[in-house]
Write a protein that binds this ligand. Structure first.
Ligand code: ZN
Length: 249
């Protein structure tokens, strides 16, 4: 060990401890008497304590994307689809319509159905203090907010589930979702029902049940070689379907 690294380390420890003291003081000062206890205990056990209640809530949901996914789909069920809405794609983002079937359908993100400030654009339910989904404080909807903290994390998960491959591997006890064999570190996230098929065959399914195709019920980790073979087979099927004679298609 080079001489001096010990003191560099202890200096770093001091800086970190001081930063945590300050964060804790800020958090304690800003903390309302009522606050979700699971969020608080996680915040206090972080290597770096989040300095505001809002950041504490954000950090909580980031650590629990599967919980956020389940909650967001549950909240969306309370809203249901607005009258007259159906899943459509747009050619540009101006009207808020998704431009690809890979984006989860979200009526309340579309301009025609947006509920406005105080309501979450993912699930359509009221957003309360700190982006929480329950009005623990009896303070009414937060007029500045248009997302629940949980729904931000769920939305990111639905759009990029690969970033949570590690969690899915753990949930599956490291068994490949397709073959049941050992799941390698390089495993990839697969949609059981591919999204192109969701669009072509199930697009008229009611919302928000449609969201299940982006959430945990339709996701699994499978080994990379198995995934490549599945994607190739799907591409062949799609090619075949497009090029079959109409009477056979
Ligand atoms: Zn929401």
């Amino acid at each position: 060990m080079p001489s001096g690294s010990g003191s560099v380390m202890s200096k770093w420890q001091e800086v970190k401890a001081e930063r945590n003291r300050q964060s804790l003081a800020r958090l304690t000062k800003a903390l309302p008497p009522i606050f979700p206890s699971a969020v608080l205990s996680r915040a206090l056990s972080r290597p770096f304590v989040p300095p505001t209640p809002r950041l504490a809530i954000d950090s909580y949901w980031r650590a629990h994307p599967i919980r956020a996914d389940r909650l967001a789909r549950g909240l969306a069920k309370r809203s249901g689809a607005p009258d007259g809405w159906f899943w459509r794609l747009g050619t540009d983002r101006n009207g808020g319509l998704p431009t690809t079937f890979r984006t989860p359908p979200a009526p309340f993100r579309e301009r025609a159905y947006a509920r406005g400030p105080g309501f979450c654009c993912v699930c359509g339910q009221p957003v309360y203090r700190f982006g929480w989904h329950v009005d623990l404080w009896d303070a009414g909807a937060n007029e500045k907010a248009v997302w629940h903290c949980a729904c931000v994390v769920a939305w990111q998960f639905w759009n990029a589930p690969s970033s949570e491959a590690r969690i899915l591997r753990r949930l599956q006890a490291r068994r490949c979702g397709e073959t049941g064999g050992r799941l390698w570190k390089s495993a990839e996230v697969d949609h059981r029902v591919p999204l192109f098929q969701v669009w072509s065959e199930y697009r008229h399914a009611p919302w928000p049940q449609l969201l299940d195709y982006w959430g945990l019920p339709n996701l699994r980790a499978i080994n990379r070689d198995v995934h490549a073979a599945k994607c190739a087979a799907e591409a062949r099927d799609r090619y075949g379907a497009r090029h079959l004679a109409p009477e056979l298609a």
